[in-house]
Ligand binder design. Structure first.
Ligand code: ADP
Ligand code: 5GP
Length: 202
């Protein structure tokens, strides 16, 4: 019997500050076959972020060139900046038998879902391995506390992120799965269970 896990194409969305990066970092430590998809963005690096590791940071001009070249699987404008996922690296990750994990906003996730379901043939690896997960905060108040505690955003940016959060949460039902990040350990185990079942590890 072939026991190799199925390569997954995992899309995760959550309002900013929900703990999505924390959860994804935990997954990447435990699952060496899951590769983080590095997005392109026109926003400035924050804190310790590094170019080519957290994001490919670039100018609006360069981003628009890549749009014109049809290099993006999806892209969206979030909080006043462009963010996008390059197609080629994802195809390559799955072709190598690894899984790809994307951290993208609800608009980007909707585009990916539409593309996968309506434009890819049933045997395409991106379609075979597709799963999307929405991470909910325990409450908007808890989300505010986390953003303030993280200390990386100005009060105006925090307000903008909170205003967006409600709209994003109203689209949670579009996802195959939802996880609430109240207790970090419990949320993490639920994520692992979803991934293990989908990849055929259990
Ligand atoms: P995101 O990537 O969704 O923007 P982060 O992973 O940066 O969010 O988390 C935001 C803040 O909340 C961080 O300071 C993180 O340590 C904290 N955090 C994450 N998960 C939890 C949790 N379950 N309970 C309390 N704090 C959390
Ligand atoms: P942040 O600025 O906090 O890193 O990210 C802000 C938002 O942009 C988050 O909701 C994140 O999921 C989203 N995002 C990051 N990369 C991409 C991407 O490649 N495409 C899309 N559509 N959204 C992204």
């Amino acid at each position: 019997m072939d026991t190799k896990p199925r390569p997954l194409f995992i899309v995760i969305s959550a309002p900013s500050g929900c703990g999505k990066s924390t959860l994804i970092d935990m997954l990447l430590q435990e699952y060496p076959d899951i590769v983080y998809s590095i997005s392109c963005t026109t926003r400035k690096p924050r804190g310790e972020e590094e170019d080519g590791l957290d994001y490919h940071f670039m100018t609006v001009e360069r981003f628009r060139e890549l749009i014109a070249e049809d290099a993006f699987l999806e892209y969206a404008e979030v909080h006043g900046n462009y963010y996008g996922t390059l197609r080629a690296p994802i195809v390559e990750i799955l072709a190598e038998g690894h899984s790809a994990i994307l951290d993208i906003d609800v608009a980007g996730a909707a585009k990916v879902r539409h593309h996968v379901v309506h434009h890819l043939p049933p045997e395409d690896p991106l379609r075979l391995g597709f799963m999307d997960i929405f991470i909910n905060p325990p409450s908007l108040e808890a989300l505010r506390e986390r953003l303030e505690k993280r200390g990386t955003d100005s009060p105006e940016v925090i307000e903008r992120r909170l205003a967006n959060a409600e709209g994003e949460m109203s689209r949670a039902a579009e996802y195959m799965f939802q996880v609430t990040n109240d207790d970090l350990g419990i949320a993490y185990r639920r994520l692992c269970d979803l991934i293990d079942v989908r990849s055929g590890r259990m």
